[in-house]
Write a protein that binds this ligand. Structure first.
Ligand SMILES: NC(=O)c1ccc[n+]([C@@H]2O[C@H](COP(=O)([O-])OP(=O)(O)OC[C@H]3O[C@@H](n4cnc5c(N)ncnc54)[C@H](O)[C@@H]3O)[C@@H](O)[C@H]2O)c1
Length: 398
């Protein structure tokens, strides 16, 4: 299968591209390297030393991997080049990772809010419009987020895979049932762009019969896969800073350097998680099981387990002896939430999840401790506040 991997230089995209090439697919990596530029602006680097994209691709071939090509392209702003790329490559599928993906970064300033909306919504829309204009039948696999469902109370209900069955009362007292897109409840500008993506897919699927699989992914933890472990030049990135670091990887790195684990608020927030190895496997499963022509958007909940943030910190503390420090919460969010998730689709397709209990210790020892001396402690605190009220709380509790 010919596959374009948009955002294929990123944390989820790079191991995914390598995995697809290893499975024999013809892979073209497309990226504008904006994530690397944001690191320069934020004056922070991945905890793991990552090589340039050309070095990565060279190393991959040198270890015997099937060659991949790279196209430097901004999908949000270079529409004509994107269309030309589709016409010349005629891909069977496009995996779309190419978005600004950090909620804290999206809330940092009006400039980063506007950048996130412009980049993410235009990028997704450009891809859909270009596929229609190309006349090709391309399957899009998009990386969305579990955050589209919201982290408020679901009153104990299980979150279905994208669609909710509702009963609609009629004036005459009768009722009919209908499957609708699950209502969205974004918790940041970043999450809002993902809910807008979802609507764009719904519309283009209805109007132009574009085939889409939208993966509502949980927070990804871990760093490498067996393939990116083959050579140090293939190493994946590990973000630990206050804007891009995700909660579990931050705890692991903090434990490795003897920094108290930073729990925001009460720690009662519940989130869904998935290991990078499983994320990569899910994308391959989604690609190899596409929707049929005329089928509505397929939505999978791409997560394997849910945990409360405070309990997660306790787990890491028990494993490593780290101290836990509760801090003011930079986010405007529910103090506590429930999150019961249906993830049957991937399990039925054969996913065998890597659980926290299997993988945590290896991650602390192999990655976080190994690169601990590359950590800049001044970049650990989360300083991007959701509103002026949260900003004030951060200042008073600093
Ligand atoms: N990392 C997670 O925990 C997580 C969780 C849920 C969903 N996701 C989703 O998965 C996708 C990938 O996330 P990630 O963690 O790999 O992020 P990342 O920032 O590491 O990777 C995104 C890649 O896309 C590229 N990119 C961004 N805008 C682009 C544009 N306009 N044109 C071309 N390339 C562009 C960046 O340079 C980067 O290499 C995102 O859409 C994200 O929302 C990630």
């Amino acid at each position: 299968m010919k596959v374009l991997v948009l955002g294929g230089d990123g944390f989820c995209g790079w191991p995914c591209a390598v995995n697809l090439a290893d499975a024999g697919h013809d892979v073209v990596v497309v990226d504008n390297l904006s994530r690397r530029k944001i690191d320069i602006d934020l004056e922070v680097e991945s905890l793991t030393p990552i090589t340039s994209i050309s070095e990565r691709l060279r190393a991959w071939e040198q270890v015997g991997g099937k060659a991949m090509r790279f196209v430097h392209l901004d999908i949000a702003h270079e529409y004509d080049r994107l269309l030309e790329l589709l016409r010349s490559e005629r891909p069977d599928s496009v995996v779309h990772f190419a978005e600004q993906r950090a909620a804290p970064y999206s809330m940092k300033s009006s400039a980063t809010k506007r950048y996130t909306v412009d980049n993410n919504v235009n990028g997704t829309h450009n891809l859909l419009a270009a596929i229609v204009e190309s006349g090709l039948d391309v399957h899009i696999v998009h990386l969305g987020t579990m955050g589209v469902y919201g982290y408020g109370s679901h009153r104990g209900a299980t979150i279905p895979e994208g669609y909710l069955t509702v009963e609609v009362p009629q004036a005459d007292g009768s009722r009919f049932t209908e499957k609708i897109l699950h209502p969205t409840d974004p918790g940041s500008v970043y999450h809002m762009t993902k809910t807008l993506d979802q609507l764009l897919f719904f519309y283009y699927n209805k109007n132009d019969a574009i085939r889409v699989t939208d993966l509502h992914q949980g927070i990804v933890w871990g760093t490498n896969t067996a393939l990116t472990d083959r050579d140090p030049r293939l190493t994946n990135r590990f973000d630990y800073d206050g804007d891009y670091g995700t909660v579990l990887n931050r705890f692991l790195m903090q434990a490795a350097i003897g920094y108290p684990l930073t729990v925001h608020g009460t720690g009662g927030q519940t989130r869904a998680f998935i290991h990078i190895r499983d994320s990569v496997r899910c994308v391959q499963l989604a690609l190899e099981n596409p929707p049929t022509s005329g089928e509505k958007v397929k939505i999978f909940n791409q997560m394997t387990e849910s945990h409360q943030v405070g309990q997660l910190a306790q787990k890491v503390a028990d494993l490593t002896g780290a101290e836990i420090r509760y801090q003011a919460n930079p986010r405007k969010e529910a103090i506590e939430n429930d999150l019961i998730v249906d993830n049957r689709c991937f399990i039925e397709l054969g996913l065998k999840p890597t659980t926290l209990d299997d993988g945590l210790l290896a991650e602390v020892v192999d990655v976080a401790r190994r690169w601990a001396d590359r950590c800049d402690r001044s970049r650990i605190p989360c300083l991007s506040a959701w509103t002026t009220r949260q900003a004030e709380a951060l200042r008073t509790h600093a």
